[in-house]
Design a protein around this ligand. Structure first.
Ligand code: PAN
Ligand code: ZN
Length: 191
C-alpha cells in the first residue's frame, strides 16, 4: 500500500478543468469512428470537415491498489454524428463487480447503461445529479444539450476498463437527435 499525502483539486464546473491534472485525454472522432452507427457519415466528416474533438478527460493519477479512489472530470462537446449525439466510448469495468459514481457539473447528458444479461437504462443528468453505476453495468455518457456536458467520476482503483467488449458489440441503445430532442432507439447493429 502506497502512503499518499492528502490533497485537494479545484474543478471548473463549466470546462471540467482540474487545477493540476495528472493526465489529460482527448478523444477525437478519428479515435472512435467505428463506434457511431452511421460510419459513412463519420468518415465523410473526417474527410471533408477534418477531425473533431468529441470529449476530454482530466484525471488524478493514483496507484492501482485496493482502497485508492481515482477520480476525473469528463467534458463532452455538443454535437452529433449523423444524428447520433456525441458520446464517450463507454466500457465495462474489467472487474465487473466494481461500481462508480457520476456527478453532473454542467450541461445536459444521458447516462446510458446495460448489463451483459440484456438490461438497459438511460438516466438523465444535469448539474447536481449524482448517478450511481452499479457493479456489472457498462456505462457511456452522451451530450443531449447545446452546451458542453461536464461531469465528475469516482471509482475504485482496481476496477480497470474493458473497452473491447463495447468496441466489438456496441450498446443496445443509441441516443439520436430528432427535431432537437434526444430519443432512445434500438441499435440495429448491436452484437
Ligand atoms: C469515467 C470514464 C470517462 C470517459 O471516468 O472513463 O467518462 O469515458 P470512457 O472511459 O468510456 O472513454 C469512468 O467511467 N471511469 O471508470
Ligand atoms: Zn467506469
Amino acid at each position: 500500500m502506497t502512503l499518499i499525502q492528502p490533497f485537494v483539486t479545484e474543478v471548473d464546473f463549466l470546462s471540467g478543468a482540474l487545477s493540476s491534472p495528472g493526465y489529460v485525454i482527448e478523444r477525437k472522432l478519428s479515435d472512435m469512428t467505428e463506434m457511431y452507427a452511421d460510419r459513412d457519415e463519420a468518415t465523410r466528416i473526417l474527410t471533408e470537415e477534418g477531425d473533431r474533438l468529441i470529449y476530454e478527460v482530466q484525471g488524478i493519477e493514483l496507484p492501482a491498489e485496493e482502497g485508492q479512489i481515482p477520480h476525473c472530470s469528463t467534458r463532452i462537446l455538443p454535437g452529433d454524428i449523423g444524428g447520433e449525439c456525441h458520446m464517450t466510448k463507454g466500457h465495462y469495468h474489467a472487474r465487473r463487480e466494481q461500481g462508480e459514481v457520476y456527478f453532473g457539473l454542467s450541461g445536459r447528458g444521458l447516462l446510458l447503461m446495460q448489463t451483459e444479461d440484456g438490461d438497459t437504462s438511460e438516466l438523465e443528468m444535469v448539474a447536481g445529479s449524482a448517478a450511481y453505476v452499479p457493479p456489472y453495468w457498462a456505462h457511456r455518457t452522451v451530450n443531449i444539450g447545446a452546451e458542453d456536458f461536464v461531469f465528475f467520476s469516482v471509482w475504485e482503483a482496481r476496477a480497470g476498463h474493458d473497452y473491447g467488449t463495447i468496441e466489438r458489440d456496441g450498446f443496445r441503445k443509441l441516443i439520436m437527435l430528432r427535431d432537437g430532442e434526444a430519443v432512445v432507439v434500438d441499435n440495429p447493429k448491436y452484437g
